[in-house]
Design a protein around this ligand. Structure first.
Ligand code: MN
Length: 476
């Protein structure tokens, strides 16, 4: 059932976009309507859905923000404005390879835009999802560009918000455009492995069902299909060795409460042998994005390796829909606190959102914010470091000076003799930290060293160094 306000927004947007076509030739209004449908499925509040319907009007039609405010109120206007600004902040950044802001200034702009209201991000994600679903209509170079951006920015963002379902769809769809051959290869591989394991999986499901029934436990059991992109990333981590990937087959068990989660874990371990070091209690220690579950990998008597994920219904809902689910659960209507950015009832793991929003509010008021103090949990596995000239380079958390050097250029990498961090001479095995200023010292006489492999964190730098080492050996 649709409210009068939403109906009015649809009419308003239809009129505003009249005569505009998408690249596919269909009427443009189909796009905002699809965004509306996605936001509704996610269980978002009315203002967000309306802002989703109107999200392209201010940028692409003669409608002004003032019109939106007069017709639909301040909150909707605020959200539409946020979406428009986010677009502007992004277009200020050069191309996709340097997407993550290159200067402090862009970074701030992005933060302000991002921090404006978390619902702006959610609208943006719905917008991107529909654009990706309809990417076929665009020319190939644009397809690649949008897909790559989605893979590098929007899918990780969905992950930060623990929107698992969305992350998988965004990542797999994008990957199919970025690297179609690899996508097809891995998709086929997944199918093949699943098929070959079908029978034993059936048997395991039977054994588990019997066991849990005997204990009179209420449960839902389902298989989880590995996503293509996550397999791609894992394969890269394990040197393309499928044999080392243990979570190909995973079974999910959803139960009523937390105590039962632990009980089920114990029961599974009484039935099959757990693999050491692979039991993870994300219930007691949730992931940074709020994800909760118990994970264990076991080996069955016939040597089949299976991962189990055990969680409650609420944890499951949250793992699939993330932040959107918490909106749904809390039926968070617009309150004064909300407008001020103080979201209530957010899981503690998502409190960074509040932090980001209050920082954004301070920036908007022209107050100084110490970026070092601000926890950039949005990019939790990334750090941002500066070149002496002030360019920002993003690296994965754990990166060291050689990673930085090879990232700048492999010719810089091979001639490294030392590093200055924040103006002081430092070691090559020092982990870089957020906002370090890193200066690489080079000498033409230096050649790459085998021992550097121990002082490298990123696959990129390792690959470059290996190539150089092989070349040197060939020359000898
Ligand atoms: Mn759009």
């Amino acid at each position: 059932m649709e409210s009068e306000r939403i109906k009015k927004a649809v009419e308003f947007a239809t009129k505003a976009h009249e005569g505009q076509l998408r690249k596919s030739g269909e009427p443009f209004i189909n796009h905002p309507l699809a965004v509306k449908k996605i936001l509704t499925e996610w269980g978002m509040d009315e203002d967000t859905i309306i802002a989703g319907v109107l999200h392209d009007t201010v940028e692409d039609t003669s409608v002004t923000l003032e019109d939106v405010k007069n017709e639909f109120g301040e909150t909707v206007a605020f959200l539409v404005d946020g979406v428009t600004k986010l677009g502007a902040a992004r277009s200020g950044m050069r191309d996709i390879d340097t997407y993550l802001p290159e200067t402090r200034d862009n970074f701030l702009r992005l933060m302000i835009a991002l921090g404006a209201d978390i619902r702006v991000l959610i609208i943006k994600l719905a917008d991107r999802l529909h654009n990706l679903r309809t990417l076929k209509a665009l020319p190939p170079d644009k397809q690649k560009k949008i897909a790559k951006e989605t893979l590098e920015v929007f899918a990780p963002l969905a992950d930060r918000l623990n929107m698992g379902q969305l992350r998988v769809e965004l990542a797999d769809l994008s990957f199919s455009y970025v690297d179609p051959k690899r996508y097809k290869y891995l998709k086929d591989l997944i199918e093949k492995i699943n098929k070959s394991g079908e029978k034993s999986l059936h048997r395991i499901e039977g054994e588990i069902t019997e066991l849990l029934n005997k204990e009179k436990i209420n449960f839902e059991l389902s298989g989880r299909v590995k996503s293509v992109y996550s397999l791609h990333k894992k394969m890269a981590k394990y040197n393309q060795n499928v044999g080392e990937i243990y979570d190909f087959t995973a079974l999910r068990i959803i139960v009523d409460d937390i105590t039962t989660c632990y009980l089920v874990l114990g029961l599974i371990h009484s039935l099959y042998t757990p693999l050491g070091g692979r039991i993870k209690d994300y219930i007691a220690l949730p992931k940074q994005n709020g994800y909760q579950s118990l994970h264990t990998t076991v080996i069955t008597p016939d040597k089949k390796i299976v991962e189990f994920q055990i969680r409650t219904h609420e944890m499951h809902e949250y793992a699939e829909r993330g932040l959107a689910a918490s909106f749904y659960y809390n039926e968070q209507k617009l309150t004064e606190n909300y407008k001020e950015g103080k979201i209530q009832h957010l899981p503690t793991n998502l409190l960074w959102i509040t932090e980001l929003q209050s920082a954004a509010a301070q920036l908007r008021e022209g107050k100084k914010v110490d970026l070092n103090k601000l926890k950039l949990n949005l990019f939790a596995d990334k750090i941002f470091v500066y070149t002496p000239k002030g360019d920002i380079i993003d690296l994965p958390y754990g990166a060291m000076p050689l990673d930085f050097a090879y990232r700048l250029h492999s010719e810089i990498g091979e001639h490294v003799v030392g590093v200055k961090i924040n103006g002081k001479i430092s070691n090559l095995n020092k982990k870089l930290e957020n906002f370090d200023i890193v200066e690489i010292l080079t000498s033409k006489n230096q050649t790459p060293k085998e021992s550097w492999l121990q002082k490298i964190f990123t696959a990129h730098a390792r690959q470059k160094l290996r190539q150089q080492l092989t070349k040197i050996k060939g020359e000898k």
